[in-house]
Ligand binder design. Sequence first.
Ligand code: PMP
Length: 314
Amino acid sequence: MEQTVFFEGAFVPASQAKVSIMTHALHYGTACFEGIRGYWNAQEEQIYIFRMAEHYERLHRSANILMMKLPYTVDELCDLTVELVRRNANRQDVYIRPIVYKSSAIVGVRLHGIDDGFALYTTFMGKYIPAEGGARCGVSSWRRVNDNAIPARGKITGSYVNSALAKSEAVANGFDEAIVLTEEGHVSEGSGENVFLVSNGHLITPAPSENILVGITRDTIIRIARDELGIPTIERQVDRTELYTCDECFLCGTGAEITPVVEIDRRVVGDGKTGRVTHALEEQFYPIVRGENPKYRHWCTPALVQAKATAASQ
Ligand code: PMP
């Protein structure tokens, strides 16, 4: 069955949602977007959308960097998303992709004086990094975009050229994922994930000033580690060789969820298996995102109305 999308202010069949080849964003990378997961909870016959408001708050911040005005508030975006997920629901996990883009058919590299468009679609996404037994990563020869070039803290489509260069190089070199350094040579992040290390029982992750996208999963991990495992996270500059000498390493993101890293630049991380702390975080994380932990239920927005009651009354 054809998916419904939200495009130019209306819910329409995906095949009707088309943009012109002259669209500004297509030529100049002038758009920003989000990736949000909804998790199917079979027990409750419900889809829980994870930390949706935080994603839309970040979308508003990204849009502001690009001098765009989103035509909807965070609450309105959440309502539109719930409605779309409901329309497309098919009893499985869902990936939600909103995008705000410079929509005018205009030649001219600039941010001002161009119309903004908004679109939203849903699709399926399984494991983003399908690496059985943990990911093997390579440090990229590409450097992370600098805040004064293309700000990585905004989720801006144009900056994903940087990620795509790093990812394809890593895969061509036989790795599952790239870890990208800043211009100064410090660890920044994966091509689409934040990176954490465990060293001497400490959890360490590059600070926001290291040209990272400040991930919502990153924040989730920091909170779970602190509140459930009693492990504080140190946000600081991280040297490349700390990747080689740490006890554990993992990537995290909406797509990658928690992906243990077992090898970096052909050096085994720890004992080459998912580490103890990483495993403990995974055990907390997956029930939380699926809405199975009441303490964190406020992070999970139910998309389906009274799924069980509706099913029973039919
Ligand atoms: N860094 C980059 C470059 C990303 O694309 C993503 C995925 N959005 C992340 C980090 C992780 O962010 P989040 O946890 O908010 O998905």
